[in-house]
Design a protein around this ligand. Structure first.
Ligand code: SF4
Length: 365
């Protein structure tokens, strides 16, 4: 777009899953909306599916350096594009279980209940699955919470090796189920079921990422200006601190202020917190929304997971897309373990060079 107005009804900061979903639901209702994204559009190109470009030279990840809680520098696996980190996600679109919204005792202590219940959230999960294009089979996972109907598309199915794995798990008494996944893999869909999905961007636009499924359809409805490569410095409030009045941005090298009736900060857990912290003013000395708790930006946990791999000297793993199976038998406390352990699901396809990007001693292929 060429011109930005000085005032909008709604300003949405961030064009990832959160901002994209907001834009998608607000667009076409006669409100003027500005979406601000710090990154550009991600080009669709051969490097999207290159192990070397994605994992070794890290062509697409931010070059920013962050500091961990011990003050050590690290380069985060964070992506600044229209669609946000979902451009590179594995497309798994599981719902939280009803118990996750209630008081839940974990090994490290109590995870307090959310202020809303699963039942209140469920209709929005319905909408989200439709928007993202989730494929799956409802009713197979015993921990699955109640839902209003089937998933929008049938499960993508297992390749032969995963089907054998599924059978063996069942023989052991476990209850695997098709992992809900948002790729356009059904009759007439554009997904070719390739081996460069989880951790890569989709060169074909067939992954249910926020750009493809949320932002672009929102733009097609009208009423929205999207500006990219635009940094939001601060959120401004009136002197009382009770009303947000504007955002300070740098767009095309020019610093300016945009006013609106409503502001939505959907820049991700880290960057929304960072924005609110650097927006500190006379009424919000510790950052907006942080005066009483001082918890803003603290206690953040990244994608907390453990990967298990097995190497067979006898059999070649011929699977192309293995992220089709999940197990929730250990999701909640059970007779073997008194605390929840979470979800177990297939990793994306591992290829030569992916593991050695972060540790040279690991197997290369
Ligand atoms: S598996 Fe499908 S959605 Fe994923 S990258 Fe390949 S073509 Fe795209």
């Amino acid at each position: 777009m060429s011109t930005i107005k000085d005032f909008y009804d709604v300003v949405i900061i961030g064009a990832g899953v959160g901002g994209g979903a907001m834009a998608n639901q607000l667009a076409g209702r006669g409100r003027s909306i500005l979406m601000i994204e710090r990154g550009p559009r991600l080009p669709r190109e051969a490097d999207n599916w290159s192990v070397d470009a994605v994992f070794h030279t890290k062509k697409y990840a931010t070059k920013e350096t962050w500091r961990d809680r011990d003050g050590k520098d690290f380069n985060p696996s964070t992506y600044y594009y229209v669609g946000g980190n979902s451009k590179f996600f594995g497309a798994a679109t599981l719902r939280f279980r009803a118990e996750d919204f209630e008081d839940l005792i974990h090994e490290d202590g109590l995870a307090p209940a959310w202020p809303v219940s699963y039942a209140q959230f469920a209709p929005y999960y319905d909408i989200a699955e439709r928007l993202m294009g989730t494929h799956g089979t409802a009713g197979m996972d015993p921990t699955e919470p109640p839902r209003s109907g089937p998933m929008p598309y049938p499960a993508i199915g297992h390749e032969p090796e995963i089907a054998i794995f599924d059978k063996k798990l069942r023989e052991k008494g476990l209850r695997p189920f098709p992992l809900p996944i948002a790729i356009d893999y059904h009759q007439g869909g554009s997904c070719i079921r390739c081996r460069t999905c989880d951790g890569f961007a989709c060169k074909l636009g067939a992954k249910g990422d926020a750009e493809v499924r949320l932002v672009n359809p929102a733009l097609a409805k009208g009423d929205i200006d999207l500006i990219t490569e635009t940094f939001v410095h601060r959120i401004l409030t009136d002197p009382s601190g009770k009303r947000v009045t504007g955002v300070e941005i740098t767009h095309k090298g020019e610093k300016r202020t945009i006013a609106a009736d409503l502001f939505i900060s959907s820049a991700g857990a880290i960057n929304s917190s960072a924005l609110l912290l650097r927006s500190a003013n006379g009424a919000h000395k510790n950052g907006i929304g942080n005066n009483t708790s001082d918890q803003l930006g603290r206690n953040y946990m990244a994608h907390n997971n453990t990967a298990m791999m097995a190497i067979s000297p006898f059999r070649k793993n011929r699977v192309t897309f293995q992220k089709s199976l999940a197990i929730n038998d250990y999701y909640l406390a059970n007779s073997e373990k008194p605390y929840p352990l979470g979800n177990v699901q297939g990793l994306g396809k591992l290829q030569g060079g992916m593991l050695t990007a972060n540790a040279r001693w690991r197997p290369n292929g």
